[in-house]
Design a protein around this ligand. Structure first.
Ligand code: NI
Length: 173
């Protein structure tokens, strides 16, 4: 059993701006560990603290050969280009949308030892960071959809909440 239940669309914690982590201590390390376990079980690439009901600015992820990573108080310092990707979200299970975001990003933050981290990434990895940063600002990918996509999504979510469908097989964040 994963330590946390992943909060889904409609939960108010997903709409709130998360607060800075002021002290990187054992509690944060423990939270990150539990988030990694939750993410793994859900087969996600990334998971932000608000998705497990914690309004703090951190997210965990694992992409390619990175191994499990934790990013604390991340900020995007630069972004450039455009890249379209079919994105999913563990908080909007089973729905995928083509979303255009900057192709390259430069983000800075802290790791679990409070060391500064600076990462330049592109494509899938850049999308992942932007998606998790959005979660920390209380934004779900539904807000990035155009009018028609959004209408279809809301209809589907309503249908689901009436019949409780299962999650899809693709990777989500
Ligand atoms: Ni997400």
């Amino acid at each position: 059993m994963a330590p946390f239940r992943i909060r889904t669309f409609g939960d108010p914690v997903l709409k709130r701006r998360a607060e800075e982590v002021t002290e990187i201590d054992g509690r944060i390390a423990h939270l990150a560990e539990d988030m990694h376990a939750t993410m793994k079980e859900a087969r996600g690439l990334g998971l932000a603290a608000p998705q497990v009901g914690v309004g703090r600015r951190l997210f965990v992820y694992e992409i390619g050969e990175s191994g499990p990573r934790t990013m604390i108080n991340p900020v995007m310092v630069e972004s450039d280009g455009e890249w379209e990707h079919e994105e999913g979200c563990l908080s909007v299970p089973g729905l995928y949308f083509r979303i255009v975001r900057p192709k390259q990003v430069h983000i800075k933050g802290l790791d679990l030892d409070a060391n500064p981290v600076s990462i330049e990434a592109d494509e899938l990895e850049a999308t992942l960071y932007q998606h998790e940063l959005d979660h920390l600002d209380g934004r779900l990918l539904l807000e990035l959809l155009d009018h028609d996509q959004r209408k279809t999504a809301m209809r589907e979510l309503r249908r689901r909440s009436e019949s409780e469908g299962g999650a899809g097989g693709q990777s989500s964040t």
